[in-house]
Design a protein around this ligand. Structure first.
Ligand code: NDP
Length: 342
């Protein structure tokens, strides 16, 4: 019973591989970087007999996954570009969309044993941001960012380019399934996590190479900064939703195992936050954190504008999410253990 994991060298993918191995699955990791492949092998040396690798150079190459999908019973597709540095929106949209339709095409062609595909989308595909109270569910789509990219091109906000890549990649999944349904013997689950925080397990050579979500979180907690701006501007403003990376991994594995998850789009969210909530949680830890600075609390109106309707997730996956306090503690300890210099 082999499971293919794409993006196996990433923040989320590495944790998914760990959970799968712990459950006794055989895991095939799709990787494009030999150094990172060896890192994963070393990380799981106790489970080496359950681990294999498939080279997939670029997810957007035609037929990139044709070999990798052979003989697997399930696929967890997390690979997608995660950065805020695209100049033209197409730089990030094209690989996200082609990677996703590409793996589905390979699945039709060579996935004769396949039963389920789990795809990591994002709450970025659901909602951009809100300053006023709003409740969102799986029926919402963040189409505004696609429009923004279409109208402004390279002048669109960096986060909008990333969000548009997630909207369009996910839309491509549902369109693909509709178009090819007569040829498909497996089903698909799409998971939509919001901002993912928590300890890192993947190969991060230095702090600069860490994921954008982690970098922003760390800047807020330790310095009260958000994207280089001062605390007054951001710490008490409404943030978005959050979830711990280990819970995201668990949700992916449950999505393979729970029949009712098939053909569903599911929000995976522990709660919503304002950035200062993380500072409050960090300040409440016992013993107190003494190995890095913790931001000062700032006065201001604090309200969590976005509520995520997680009733579908509760009904199908019944997740119990880690608390903010646990996420802060484990993440700061992870930072210390890694010895990053910033
Ligand atoms: P990472 O950047 O840590 O991991 C991305 C993974 O995808 C890496 O393994 C990377 O390979 C691979 N990848 C990216 N582009 C390509 C490409 N063109 N060809 C081959 N491989 C590629 O990101 P995360 O783990 O944080 O993200 C995983 C998924 O979760 C993504 O789909 C992301 O959109 C989604 N997500 C993330 C959130 C977050 O806060 N981090 C929030 C919500 C959703 P390599 O290691 O070689 O670079």
């Amino acid at each position: 019973s082999t499971i293919l994991v794409t993006g196996a060298t990433g923040f989320v993918g590495t944790w998914i591989v760990k959970v799968l191995l712990e459950r006794g699955y055989r895991v095939r990791c799709a990787v494009r970087n030999k150094g990172k492949q060896e890192y994963i092998r070393t990380l799981h040396k106790n489970n080496e007999d359950h681990l294999e690798f498939a080279e997939v150079r670029d997810i957007s190459d035609t037929g990139a996954f044709d070999e990798a999908v052979k003989d697997v019973i399930a696929i967890i597709h997390t690979a997608s570009p995660v950065h805020l540095t695209a100049v033209e929106p197409e730089e990030i949209i094209t690989p996200a969309v082609n990677g996703t339709t590409g793996i589905l095409e390979s699945a039709i062609k060579n996935g004769s044993q396949l039963r389920r595909v789990v795809i990591t989308s994002s709450c970025a595909a659901i909602l951009a941001h809100s300053e006023t109270p709003v409740t969102v569910s799986e029926s919402d789509w963040n189409t505004g960012t696609v429009k923004e990219c279409h109208e402004k091109g390279r002048e669109a906000a960096p986060l909008s380019k990333y969000s548009a890549s997630k909207v369009l990649a996910e839309k491509a999944v549902w369109d693909f399934l509709e178009e090819h349904k007569s040829k498909i013997a497996w089903d698909v689950t799409v998971l939509n996590p919001p901002w993912i925080f928590g300890p890192t397990l993947h190969d991060v050579p230095d702090f600069d190479a860490i994921n954008p979500s982690w970098k922003q979180w760390f800047g807020a907690v330790t310095k009260g900064e958000f994207s280089g701006q001062g605390p007054e501007s951001q710490l008490t403003r409404p943030g978005h939703g959050w979830v711990d990376v280990r819970d995201v991994a668990e949700a992916h594995v449950r999505s393979l195992e729970v029949p009712e998850a098939g053909q569903e789009r599911i929000i995976i969210c522990a709660g919503s936050f304002v950035w200062q909530d993380w500072v409050t949680a960090a300040r409440s830890l016992e013993p107190p954190i003494d190995f890095c600075s913790i931001a000062k609390l700032v006065p201001g109106v604090t309200y969590r504008a976005i509520s995520f309707d997680t009733s579908k997730e509760q009904k199908i996956l019944s997740m119990e999410f880690r608390s903010m306090k646990e996420v802060v503690k484990d993440s700061l300890e992870n930072y210390r253990a890694r010895g990053w210099q910033i």
